[in-house]
Design a protein around this ligand. Structure first.
Ligand code: HEM
Length: 412
């Protein structure tokens, strides 16, 4: 008898835009289940909170998809820019993971992150000044003009990418992260080639004249502690992980607050609640709805279901974070929640290295925006908003967010 499996990913627009009902139905059927991915490959999707948490820290579930690719034809194809740019911490297991994460962690120690706050404030305020220049009644795209450029500028600062180079690099990444079905279109190949060439030149420039930035830190460790392939892969991963995710949290978060005016009011009345609100918005809006792919190195039982060895595992963070067994009234946005941590930034050894930076960026972004424009409103029907990101698995961000900012609150 042939097994009939649910297809996971590549959803119709209504599910892609609001996948939480779909996740809940699947989770109620079974918290761990075998599915077909949109490309036809089989995988196991983990939907329940406890099983998801276990999957994220179980050492029998590997992140080394490249090794799995060599052993098993049944895994996802490598995307652009190809396997030579995939040798970073998120794609390896210890001891390589420990080594690569330790090197990059130097740039993420709390004093370094805290020291970025004034720069982030100035970036946020500069972007808002530009939007204000359009006038209080103008329609502006908050995703294009605020949510994306802010974290891209910040990751540029952290890595030491010259400001003049950031717009073209950002444009290439936007093309690459749009996603596509089947073979990559020519513009994606061109964007990928542009990024590969640019990162190579950047590394060469830092070898000649090192500065106080993360690229220089990694260049100094090249050969002794990491290979050139690992260096370039790490830079690529940091740019991707460092901006699209945070941009999605800012955009999704603004929509969630506009959908819940009572919560927005509470936040405006007491901006001290922002750190807690950001964690709740991460849980509720799932900017990263699934963790990246994993593969079982040996048979593993998750949530009472045995997954054989060499099978792909996809942890659905967006579902785990709405598991009613873990979060009472999970479909309610409540910035005052005291349920403890959610899995929005992952768990275990691959827990998001950039989480403190992302939280800081989001806090500054919301504070700057809402303090200046408390009357901000959508400029289109709520139903007209669309979320799109390739197969909808790893990133969940708005295509655009047209808003009217309204009058600027007078400065005190
Ligand atoms: C709202 C923003 C963000 C969210 C929701 C987020 C989420 C995540 C998640 C879920 C993981 C784990 C993936 C897995 O286990 O498969 C992860 C890993 C990672 N993130 Fe983030 N991230 C965000 C922002 C950032 C930023 C700003 C940076 C860096 C500047 C960053 C750097 C990383 C790195 C380096 C890893 C890999 C860690 C490892 O493999 O040890 N992230 N992130």
């Amino acid at each position: 008898m042939t097994e009939t499996l649910t297809t996971w990913g590549g959803w119709e627009p209504a599910v892609r835009d609001d996948p939480f009902g779909h996740f809940a139905q699947a989770r109620a059927r079974c918290p761990v289940q075998k599915v077909h991915l949109a490309d036809g490959h089989p995988a196991w999707v983990v939907l329940g909170y406890d099983a998801a948490r276990q999957a994220l820290h179980d050492p029998r579930i590997s992140k080394d998809m490249l090794a799995a690719l060599q052993d098993n034809g049944d895994v996802v194809a490598e995307g652009l820019p190809g396997p030579e740019f995939s040798r970073h911490m998120l794609n390896v297991d210890p001891p390589d993971h420990t080594r690569l994460r330790r090197l990059v962690s130097r740039a993420f120690v709390p004093p370094r992150i805290a020291a970025l706050e004034p720069a982030i404030r100035s970036i946020a305020s500069g972007l808002l000044d530009k939007l204000d220049a359009a006038g209080p009644g103008a329609i502006v795209d908050l995703v294009e003009e605020y949510a994306y450029p802010l974290p891209f500028q910040v990751i540029g600062e952290l890595l030491g990418i010259p400001a003049a180079d950031r717009p073209r690099l950002h444009a290439w990444f936007q093309v690459l992260l749009t996603g596509w079905a089947g073979d990559p279109p020519p513009e994606a190949v061109a964007a990928s080639d542009g990024i590969v060439a640019y990162l190579g030149e950047l590394v060469d420039a830092k070898r000649q004249s090192p500065a106080d930035d993360l690229v220089s830190v990694l260049v100094a460790a090249e050969d002794d502690a990491l290979t050139t392939q690992e260096l370039l892969s790490s830079l690529f991963q940091l740019v991707v992980a460092g901006h699209d995710t945070t941009a999605s949290l800012i955009g999704n978060g603004v929509v969630a607050l506009l959908d819940h005016p009572g919560q927005l009011e509470a936040l405006l009345a007491d901006p001290g609640q922002l750190p807690a609100a950001i964690d709740e918005l991460t849980r509720f809006t799932a900017p990263v709805p699934h963790a990246t792919f994993r593969v079982t190195a040996e048979p593993v039982t998750l949530g009472g279901v045995e997954i054989p060895a060499h099978e792909q595992v996809l942890v659905c963070l967006g579902s785990a974070n709405r598991d009613p067994g873990r979060f009472p009234s999970p479909d309610v946005l409540d910035i005052g929640r005291s349920d403890g941590p959610n899995l929005g930034f992952g768990h275990g050894i691959h827990y998001c290295l950039g989480a403190p930076l992302a939280r800081l960026e989001a806090r500054v972004a919301f504070e700057a925006l809402l303090c200046r424009h408390p009357g901000l409103r959508l400029a289109v029907d709520r139903d007209a908003l669309t979320w799109a990101h390739g197969d909808g698995l790893v990133l969940r961000g708005l295509v655009s967010l047209p808003v009217v900012l309204g009058p600027r609150r007078p400065r005190k």
